[in-house]
Design a protein around this ligand. Sequence first.
Ligand code: SAM
Length: 237
Amino acid sequence: MQPPVDELEFGPLRAARAEPHSRLHDTIADRTRRMYDLLAGVYPASTYFFHSNAHQSALKMSGVTDGMRVLEIATGSGEMFRRLAGNNGSGQTLGIDISPRMAAKTQRSVRAQYPSAKTHCHAVDARHLPFRDESFDAIFCCYLFELLGTEDVLCTLEEIRRVLRPRGMFTTILIGQNSDVFNKAYQVAASVIPSFWGRQVEASMPALIESLDFTIVGDQSSWQSGYPSRVLCCRKE
Ligand SMILES: C[S@@+](CC[C@H](N)C(=O)[O-])C[C@H]1O[C@@H](n2cnc3c(N)ncnc32)[C@H](O)[C@@H]1O
């Protein structure tokens, strides 16, 4: 019998230390990049219908103020990134996404909407962030962890911790697991296209995040068009 899709593709989610970056392994990440590259043109619809309310809550809960140095990891087509840039006219807003087409789309749209804001979005893998230690006041990462294998979740969290300043705020949005009906539908969808849907990880993430010496200071669940989200605001200790 085949193992369940999440263990086959991603590995079981458990608390463990990440592998050193020099040993970044081949995972589903290549397929994820190709999948999101392919969908970059239509992806804004998904964000509009399912993610925008949680994005709005995440920005509000994060306490981010104008003038900060802000990083968004996995910008997708840039809906949250434009919110962040619009809120940060005199600061710096940087974004990354593993998909070059998503990163380019985000860069184009933010430049068009906020031409004078200091913004940059690059095609970069979250598992190895090309930034100095403690270089950001705030970091956002929305709907990414579902797409990463176990070791990649850990190594991405460690990278986030490394580049965030002490007492800086890391805000993440996860796909909620609080509805059996949604969970069943998600499992079916994920078994058909794992590189798009990944696997649900929300229930395991608070303990993992806290094990890396963050304190969860905000936690809010919400629904939009039948799609559950959970926002966590985590302060680096
Ligand atoms: C589900 S979408 C979420 C997009 C956006 N954050 C939002 O809230 O709508 C996931 C995004 O993560 C990106 N991604 C997947 N793996 C990544 C990685 N290892 N590093 C950076 N981005 C990644 C994908 O290319 C895709 O744009």
